[in-house]
Design a protein around this ligand. Structure first.
Ligand code: ADP
Ligand code: MG
Length: 254
């Protein structure tokens, strides 16, 4: 399983720092949730992992190797990415969308076709949607295609940017459970950005909280819920889901 190290990552846009010395060591097989308010730097940090964004200072290491020197196609094969707005190509079929990375890697057509069927099974979509265009799918189905596309070239790392943001709560929970199951069965190292702290607490092994480009907390869900936080920004973030859980528990137990 693949380890990720972020070593004092800084990023400056037009003179303004948006990442400040962010360091994170993620063991192979971990499921990490990156949480924090809008503009905290979550997307920017996530994109440094697959070199979509080059940090101004610091290094990203994957299994000890600096990503800066690595060719794009090799990185894209090893690292699956699910975009914030799904980002399926609207004029391409489901099969073509899922097969895009294998095509770029020049896999033979039969191998791509077989892989598309395997992936549709894996993300629990019917095989007969392969020839459809994204517009002919539900939001949940589109997001499943996005996950299948990210997993197409058998990556060992899965990065997801608010993957369930636009979905209704029932679809959201079902897809989140499936992603966690895929994480286990495929032996992935997963980093998921979400602004839903409750979802992060239920899904991840580890929660990393960001504010103003810095990491202000980094702990297990249990520790984050039970500990008293000196930083009021962390306390505020955890407080809402904690109180909701307490209310639900009281309701359920009379
Ligand atoms: N390409 C860019 N140029 C200038 N500023 C940017 C760029 N991308 C992001 N930013 C700024 O960096 C900050 C962090 O953005 P982002 O990483 O998208 O935050 P988050 O995903 O946590 O909402 C924001 O203030 C945003 O406006
Ligand atoms: Mg973002």
């Amino acid at each position: 399983m693949t380890a990720i190290t972020l070593d004092r990552i800084g990023k400056i846009y037009g003179g303004a720092p948006v990442l400040r010395d962010a360091s994170l060591s993620i063991a192979g097989g971990q499921f990490v949730a990156l949480v924090g308010g809008s503009g905290a730097g979550k997307t920017t940090l996530l994109k440094t992992i697959n070199a979509l964004i080059a940090p101004t200072t610091g290094r990203v290491l994957i299994d000890g190797q600096d990503v800066a020197g690595q060719p794009g196609p090799a990185l894209r094969r090893r690292i699956g990415y699910v975009f914030q707005e799904v980002g399926l190509f609207p004029h391409m079929t489901v099969a073509q969308n899922i097969g895009i990375t294998p095509s770029l890697l020049d896999w033979p057509a039969e191998r791509i076709a077989a892989r598309v069927e395997t992936l549709l099974d894996l993300v629990d979509l019917p095989r007969d949607i392969a020839p459809r265009l994204p517009a002919a799918l539900s939001g949940g189905q589109r997001q499943r295609v996005g996950v299948a596309r990210a997993l197409a070239a058998e990556p060992s790392i899965l990065l997801m940017d608010e993957p369930f943001g636009a979905l209704d709560p029932v679809t959201r929970v079902a897809l989140a459970d499936d992603v966690r199951r895929l994480h286990e069965t495929l032996g992935l190292t997963t980093v998921m950005v979400t602004h839903d702290v409750g979802e992060a607490l239920l899904l991840a092994d580890r929660i990393v909280v960001m504010a103003s480009g810095a990491i202000i907390a980094d702990d297990t869900p249990a520790a984050l819920l039970t500990r008293t936080h000196a930083d009021p920004r962390v306390a505020d973030l955890i407080d809402a889901p904690r109180r909701q859980a307490e209310k639900l528990a009281r309701l359920a137990h009379g």
